[in-house]
Design a protein around this ligand. Structure first.
Ligand SMILES: [Cu+2]
Length: 137
């Protein structure tokens, strides 16, 4: 009897773990292609990884200066970006930045249009130098 109950419990646990797996896979790392804008040559990519605290965003672009380049997640698309940022990212330095965007999930970022953009410099925010649409792969 006890052995049977144990098997049933073990089976139920295994089934639970199995059904949880696809949800995790759907929130797996997501690669966003970053395209250069305004002749910057700053092509690259961003990798979004779900963590328990939020989404880690790592942006890497080529041909970038050492000086800080502000970056954000904006609502909208690269072709039609909403000027006000939704989530600030760490400014790029030498073409790279890493940020933990707290309290958000990849699924939420995919649920409506969002794009990652990089601005030319702290003194020239109006010039965009790189952008990538956050879309499912
Ligand atoms: Cu921005």
């Amino acid at each position: 009897m006890n052995a049977t109950r144990f098997s049933i419990a073990a089976f139920a646990l295994a089934a639970l773990a199995f059904t949880a797996a696809p949800a995790m896979a759907a929130s797996g790392p997501l690669t966003v292609t970053m395209g250069a804008q305004n002749g910057s040559g700053e092509d690259g990519s961003a990798t979004l990884t779900q963590t328990p605290d939020g989404v880690q965003v790592v942006v890497t672009v080529k041909n970038a200066p050492a000086a800080a380049q502000p970056a954000h997640i904006h609502p909208g698309t690269c072709a039609n970006l909403t000027p006000a940022p939704k989530y600030p990212l760490t400014s790029l330095a030498n073409g790279t930045s890493t940020t933990l965007v707290k309290g958000v999930t990849i699924d939420q970022l995919l649920a409506s249009p969002f794009a990652i953009n990089v601005h030319k410099s702290t003194s020239d925010l109006g010039t965009y130098v790189s952008c990538g649409n956050i879309t499912g792969s």
